[in-house]
Design a protein around this ligand. Structure first.
Ligand SMILES: O=P(O)(O)OC[C@H]1O[C@](O)(CO)[C@@H](O)[C@@H]1O
Ligand SMILES: [Fe+2]
Length: 189
């Protein structure tokens, strides 16, 4: 038997950086078609801000193993809609996931393939259980970076397809200084 070596790393709780992790950067241009307000998107694209960064420690895609990653999701809006991660189902749809809030303020938007949406507020210390089959997207509803940890099966994979095409059934927007969930006009089952 070949055993893997255990690993301990210290997440920088201020910046979300995991030393030695693989870094991925997603700018606004990587989120084309994702935001409802296309005019506001084109306008902000001139600056093309970084929307989020991911620091991932990933294993081979094998049954039984675990990956983990921090995400630093920056504050901002496209029109009324708060900055978010792309969001995905898992390629192996029955794989679950755990999120843990580290810093800042936000939430998770989840939905079933039929479009039943749930919103869970997140702050430092919040644990979110993402059950099998639920798509998940995190949203920054605050004015500082929203940082969290995700732990997910190494063979879960990311299925971005349907979310990229039609989004979630709800949009997370600012209305009169408050966070509101409204129907996404582009959503269809
Ligand atoms: O993969 P997305 O939807 O862009 O969101 C990024 C975050 O979600 C994960 O894919 C985990 O579900 C992580 O890699 C990262 O924390
Ligand atoms: Fe996931």
């Amino acid at each position: 038997m070949e055993y893997k070596n255990p690993l301990g790393v210290d997440i920088d709780l201020e910046t979300g950086v995991i030393p030695g992790a693989k870094k991925l950067v997603r700018r606004l241009s990587d989120l084309k078609g994702y935001f409802a307000d296309e005019k506001a998107y084109e306008e902000l694209l001139k600056e093309n801000p970084v929307v989020y960064e991911v620091y991932a420690v990933e294993q081979e895609e094998k049954d039984g193993d675990l990956n983990f990653a921090t995400t630093v999701l920056y504050p901002g809006k496209v029109g009324r809609e708060f900055f978010f991660t792309k969001g995905h189902y898992h390629s192996k749809a029955d794989r679950a996931e755990i999120y843990y809030g580290i810093k800042g303020k936000g939430g998770m938007l989840l939905q079933t393939p039929e479009g039943r949406a749930e919103w869970i507020e997140m702050g430092p210390g919040t644990v979110v259980y993402v059950p099998p089959y639920w798509a998940h997207r995190t949203v920054n509803t605050g004015d500082e970076p929203f940082i969290f940890l995700a732990v997910y099966p190494a063979d879960a994979g990311h299925d971005y397809g349907s979310i990229a095409e039609k989004g979630f059934s709800k949009l997370v927007v600012e209305e009169g200084g408050e966070v509101k969930l409204v129907d996404n006009p582009r959503w269809k089952e």
